[in-house]
Design a binder for this molecule. Structure first.
Ligand code: NAG
Ligand code: NAG
Ligand code: NAG
Length: 216
């Protein structure tokens, strides 16, 4: 009798945990950061690099800045309460990752990127809500995105903000820095490398003009 109760209790407990906890596991495309909460990700160190192999395994790789002849290990981390924090690696392709769909929407009818996979079950969605193939925002558990933002010419900083379509009050709430009741689509996520090379280019042009102005 006593033995039975002792046997049944852990089974019940284990079952309820499995029902609540996220099913995300490490793959070659993304890495779970079980020891990190959003606040910890904000404090991740900025690591300088020359090549990808200089970077920690949660990094997307080395983003090189020709101007200062030094790179910074890039990160693209998503966090919510349900999953904790997950780092997307350079191999992650949102159009092919049907097991982990990061993008979530307020309604099924919202405009979506054409190549976004459809969810089949709640587990496919980082938001943990799948409705008719669309991952729906959980307003009670918003998704945050953390990236390396460039501050000034030689400084970088881990910056976190709500991902696209999460409810927001101020522009600063959003990683896109664009709040119109919900965060506007995630500029950095879709356009990260483009925006870095463009800003580097414009800085290079600026330096060139400065040098010119000093000569003449
Ligand atoms: C995933 O990898 C991270 C980093 O190495 C590790 O801390 C974590 O325990 C791994 N998680 C799983 C579920 O294997
Ligand atoms: C990531 O790196 C940590 C520390 O170097 C190591 O302990 C861990 O096993 C690595 N995880 C994976 C999934 O490669
Ligand atoms: C990507 O960046 C370019 C230039 O900065 C911009 O014109 C374009 O709209 C961006 N694309 C997306 C999908 O955000």
């Amino acid at each position: 009798m006593n033995f039975k109760i002792i046997f049944i209790l852990p089974c019940l407990f284990g079952f309820s945990l499995a029902g609540l906890a996220s099913s995300i596991t490490n793959t070659t495309e993304y890495m779970l950061l079980p020891k990190y909460k959003l606040e910890d990700v904000k404090k991740l160190p900025i690591i300088n690099c020359k090549e990808d192999s200089d970077c920690p395994n949660y990094s997307k790789g080395c983003v090189f800045d020709i101007e200062v002849d030094l790179g910074v290990c890039d990160i693209n981390v998503y966090c919510n309460k349900f999953n904790g924090c997950v780092a997307l690696l350079s191999t992650f392709d949102s159009s092919k990752s049907s097991n982990l769909i990061i993008d979530s929407f307020q309604t099924e009818k919202d405009t979506k990127p054409k190549n976004l996979p459809l969810c089949k079950t709640n587990e496919n969605c980082f938001s943990n809500i799948c409705s008719n193939g669309v991952c729906i925002v959980d307003d009670a558990d918003p998704i945050y995105n953390c990236i390396i933002a460039e501050y000034g010419v030689h400084q970088s900083k881990v910056t976190c903000g709500k991902a696209a379509n999460q409810l927001c009050y101020d522009h600063e709430d959003c990683i896109s820095n664009q709040c119109f009741d919900v965060c506007d689509s995630d500029y950095y996520n879709n356009n990260h490398s483009g925006s870095i090379s463009e800003s580097t280019l414009s800085k290079a042009v600026l330096v060139f003009l400065l040098i010119l102005s000093m000569i003449f």
